[in-house]
Design a protein. Structure first.
Length: 631
């Protein structure tokens, strides 16, 4: 078994590691089997060709194409592993190594996080060590690794300059189309029992918010997402979306902020209730959902202005109000009976009666409510009385509609956690929430959060304060302060990474040049700056290497030796172009015996200084002194 082949096989399998989880099991099995056969130096050419053709056919049958992202990756992975079985020389090995570099780059298709970047850097070191090894056949493995690390560390300054100054193209470089089966995360545009409570166990970041003005208090931090109008007795779904912004009358000062939203695979963006501006490349519906023109498949940054105090929909259309009162009558007879008793009274009185009902019957806020039957609202209000925010929002909206008050459910996030290391707000999936909006004549849509009635701590202090810590992930528990500090530190690093690496696009590059005093820099200005920066970097690095290799000292030694040669030439003993210092010294000694001792010392010291590891400044000065004494 060839040690070089073992190293390369190990590196290729590592480069495929994160991709195996998106491949079907048979592709993973074929890749690993091919890699193992390569270590056994498998020689049957006809079988290799049959496996290659079978792999291509299998990929086509699996994905229905060979040209989608996942199909292309699968085919490339299979062919690289099959190539390991027929390595015939340095050319084949070099080809596999460079294909390994490409496979490592594809990791960014799935994730662009710090751990992934660090793992990629480590694997590039291993692949480069393989490249060093095929060019230094006698080198030890550890020497190849050290050489690889030195090469990559030396390349980092150039990579940094290219990253900062190379002209950016609009949009992220990794925004390739995803398959329709791509994984999605976060909120959905449907609501049923359990659809939000399962998110509470997720510590993943939904988005981060950098406020340009004072951060509103937590009870006002409602982050608006999908709005749900239709109810079939089990599930709330979105209604007809009117692609026009509804009229909002702002009250008080606005709040300006910037959102950095994680990828969701969906079109909706989140804004503080109530948003009054629209991000670039998005639109706002009549019920104030912010919809991107394309799915959010990578981190999205956008600026917003919102007014926590507002009036909305005072002159709502009759069509929308009719949609907001529709119910599957007869699905929850007890709830309908209760709400009918409230009909005919003022809306404020009906809302007050509903709130009193929740307060007087000892409802429980919990992640693990009992299962509900066919009449979900009746079961919740009159039997289990235990639930999460979706239970309270659904039942309250049902009671309002049954009592004749138009109502709709808004899903999104509530609250968030201020990271003291960066003074920005982190909103996680665990902050997912649902609340109700009812319509009142002359006042428009008004937010009512029934969860706040049962569990005020959820709104004032977050979900971790409202639930027992045993039900929460370790990082969310309030009794683990040191873990929370670690989480703050890691999140601050992730936020900086997202801002300056993942989110470093055309707009941020313009801001960077603006900070250098180059506002409105053109493409020509950017290219010129890049060329100058690279030239300066190369000049500095070359000077450092020359100093480290003592090139200047050796040049001085050479100049002193040439002065010695000129002096000897004046004495009639010129050095021949092909004559080395030792032979030249012997000829001088034969012609001028009286100079034998002086010339021998000069030649010996020159050879030592010129061709040895180098000498100190004192030794070079002594050499110059000896030559200077000759006349």
């Amino acid at each position: 078994m060839n040690l070089r082949s073992t190293w390369l096989t190990f590196a290729v399998l590592l480069s495929l590691g994160p991709l195996f989880r998106i491949f079907p099991p048979w592709i993973t099995a074929v890749c690993i089997a091919s890699a193992m056969f390569s270590l056994l130096e498998f020689r049957r050419e006809w079988l290799k060709k049959a496996i290659a053709l079978g792999a291509a056919a299998g990929v086509f049958l699996q994905y229905g194409t060979l040209f989608s992202r996942d199909a292309g990756l699968a085919l490339l992975a299979l062919l690289v592993c099959l190539k390991l079985m027929e390595l015939k020389g340095r050319r084949d090995t070099t080809l596999v190594i460079f294909l390994g570099y490409f496979l490592v780059m594809t990791w960014f298709f799935d994730s662009q996080s710090i751990p992934v970047a660090l793992a990629m850097f480590g694997l590039v070191i291993v692949l480069t060590a393989n490249l060093v090894r095929i060019n230094m056949r006698q080198a030890e493995p550890m020497h190849c690794l050290r050489t690889s690390m030195r090469l990559l560390l030396q390349a980092l300054p150039v990579a940094l300059v290219l990253f900062l100054l190379f002209p950016r193209i609009p949009g992220p470089i990794w925004a390739l189309p995803k398959n329709s089966t791509a994984a999605r995360s976060g909120l959905d545009d449907v609501l049923s029992p359990g659809s939000i409570s399962h998110l509470v166990l997720s510590d993943e970041v939904a988005f981060r918010v950098d406020f340009k003005s004072a951060i509103p208090p937590k009870p006002l931090l409602y982050w608006r997402g999908p709005v749900l109008w239709d109810y079939d007795g089990k599930t709330w779904t979105g209604g007809i979306r009117h692609m026009r912004g509804g009229a909002v009358r702002a009250i008080g000062a606005g709040v300006e902020y910037e959102v950095m939203q994680e990828a969701t695979g969906r079109k909706w963006l989140f804004g503080l209730d109530m948003p009054v501006t629209t991000p670039s490349g998005a639109l706002v519906t009549s019920d104030h959902q912010i919809l991107s023109s394309s799915p959010v498949n990578e981190i999205r940054r956008y600026r917003m202005i919102s007014h926590p105090e507002y009036e909305d929909g005072v002159f709502e259309s009759a069509g929308n109000l009719e949609e907001a009162t529709a119910l599957p009558w007869g699905s929850n007879p007890q709830s309908e009976s209760l709400a009918r008793a409230w009909r005919g009274q003022e809306p404020e009185r009906i809302v007050s009666l509903a709130i009193s009902f929740y307060k007087s019957h000892r409802f429980v806020y919990t992640l693990n409510p009992p299962l509900l039957g066919a009449s979900q609202v009746d079961d919740f209000l009159f039997r289990t009385r235990s639930g999460f925010c979706e239970h309270y929002a659904s039942s309250f909206a049902y009671l309002m509609r049954a009592a004749g008050i138009p109502a709709r459910i808004v899903t999104g996030y509530q609250g968030g956690e201020i990271n003291p290391l960066g003074h920005y707000l982190v909103v996680r999936q665990s902050d997912a929430h649902a609340w109700v909006e009812i319509w009142e004549e002359g006042r428009g849509w008004k937010r009512i959060d029934p969860t706040a009635i049962v569990s005020p701590a959820r709104i004032d202090d977050g979900v971790s304060a409202a639930l027992h810590s045993d039900n929460l992930p370790v990082m969310m528990r309030r009794d683990a302060a040191w873990l929370r500090r670690m989480r703050f530190g890691w999140d601050a690093a992730a936020n900086a990474w997202n801002l300056w690496v993942v989110g470093y696009g055309e707009e941020r590059q313009k801001r960077f040049f603006g900070s250098l005093g180059m506002q409105g820099a053109t493409l020509r200005d950017i290219a010129t700056t890049l060329a100058l920066a690279l030239s300066l970097l190369i000049l500095v690095w070359t000077s450092i290497l020359m100093l480290r290799l003592r090139v200047f000292e050796k040049d001085r030694v050479q100049r002193i030796y040439l002065e010695f040669c000129r002096k000897m030439a004046r004495r009639g003993i010129a050095r021949m172009p092909s004559e080395g210092p030792i032979d030249y010294g012997k000829r001088i000694a034969e012609s001028k015996p009286d100079l034998r001792e002086a010339v021998s010392g000069i030649v010996d010291q020159y050879v030592k200084l010129r061709y040895g590891p180098g000498g100190s400044r004192e030794e070079i000065a002594m050499f110059a002194k000896k030559v200077g004494k000759l006349r």
